[in-house]
Ligand binder design. Structure first.
Ligand SMILES: [Zn+2]
Length: 306
């Protein structure tokens, strides 16, 4: 059997195996393939929609629809050699194990978080791994410890009568945050967060709780507001002081501004995943892919950046 040819095309990956072409994630419209796979519903991974037939989880197809990408679920026999594996990133996100020997991770997180199961990678000869935080300085620490830190920070701030705003990427992180702080009386969420929360609920992953949509009127301070990093609010409207906590892996070394509570794996966990997969060949993609490939080569693996 010939070795598969693996290339990056656009923001996606094309794999030519001995008998078919497989396109994964955000390949341009003009790429024709036998199979199309979509790992999750973040827009940097969604190929142009338009009733394209794809293999993806039901959750990914529903969440993508909410963002204006229309796909048709295709789970036919031609996909029988592809296994979907939970990768812990956001609701419905999957890694793909192709022909039992090529593992495409997609974006990954190894920890069990709220309703998400952490990534437990299988062994594979060829590994295509995300490298968003593939730089040595990106160490987030254990998820539960970070979570404790966040909860303490938030309640300390609220008890001191300070409005507290949690700011994060709207799809994925903010649903976890809503679930974590669902018991706080004055919990508000911005509109986009609300819409994704509702979608998660419809898919059966969150319970209806008493949070409200944020709209400047009728708020009871101190509020806890979970908002998307792009939605703007006028802080001058508040009677009380306000503290903003940003939640993203990019907060490493900037703990005055936030916490590195990430939906991705940090550098040590990327290495752990590589170790578990025990691949003969590694392709790195996204973020610090070149640096991560160099580090892997230094550690004795055979790696290249896509
Ligand atoms: Zn993602």
């Amino acid at each position: 059997m010939n070795r598969p040819v693996i290339r990056r095309v656009g923001n996606g990956v094309v794999i030519d195996t001995y008998n078919k072409r497989i396109a994964i994630d955000k390949v341009p419209k003009n790429v024709s393939a036998d199979l199309y796979l979509v790992s999750h519903a973040h827009t940097d991974h969604l190929p142009p929609g338009g009733n394209m037939k794809v293999l993806a989880s039901n959750e990914t197809i529903e969440l993508a629809k909410l963002r204006g990408y229309k796909y048709i679920a295709d789970n036919g026999d031609k996909y029988r050699d592809i296994e979907l594996i939970d990768n812990g990133h956001i609701l419905g996100s999957k890694a793909f194990l192709i022909n039992g020997n090529i593992l495409y991770t997609g974006d990954i997180n190894i920890y069990d978080r709220e309703f998400l199961k952490g990534f437990r990678p299988p062994q594979a000869d060829i590994l295509i791994i995300e490298a968003t935080y593939g730089l040595r300085k990106y160490i987030f620490g254990e998820y539960n410890k970070l979570l404790d830190k966040l909860i303490q920070k938030v309640y300390k701030s609220l008890v001191n009568g300070v409005n507290t705003i949690l700011e994060a990427y709207p799809l994925g992180k903010t649903q976890l945050l809503t679930n974590i702080f669902k018991d706080y009386e004055n919990l508000y969420v911005s509109k986009s967060v609300y819409n994704y929360n509702k979608a998660y609920q419809k898919l059966g992953y969150m319970k209806e709780t008493k949070y409200k949509i944020y709209n400047e009127q009728n708020i009871i301070e101190p509020i806890l507001l979970i908002k998307s990093n792009t939605s703007k609010i006028d802080l001058k409207k508040f009677r009380l002081r306000t503290k903003i906590i940003r939640l993203t892996g990019w907060m490493v070394g900037r703990e005055d501004k936030g916490l590195p509570l990430s939906d991705h794996a940090d550098y040590p966990n990327l290495l752990r995943v590589v170790d578990k997969v025990a691949p003969k060949k590694i392709y790195t993609i996204f973020g610090y892919s070149k640096y991560f490939a160099n580090e892997l080569n230094r550690l004795g693996y055979d790696a290249e950046s896509l």
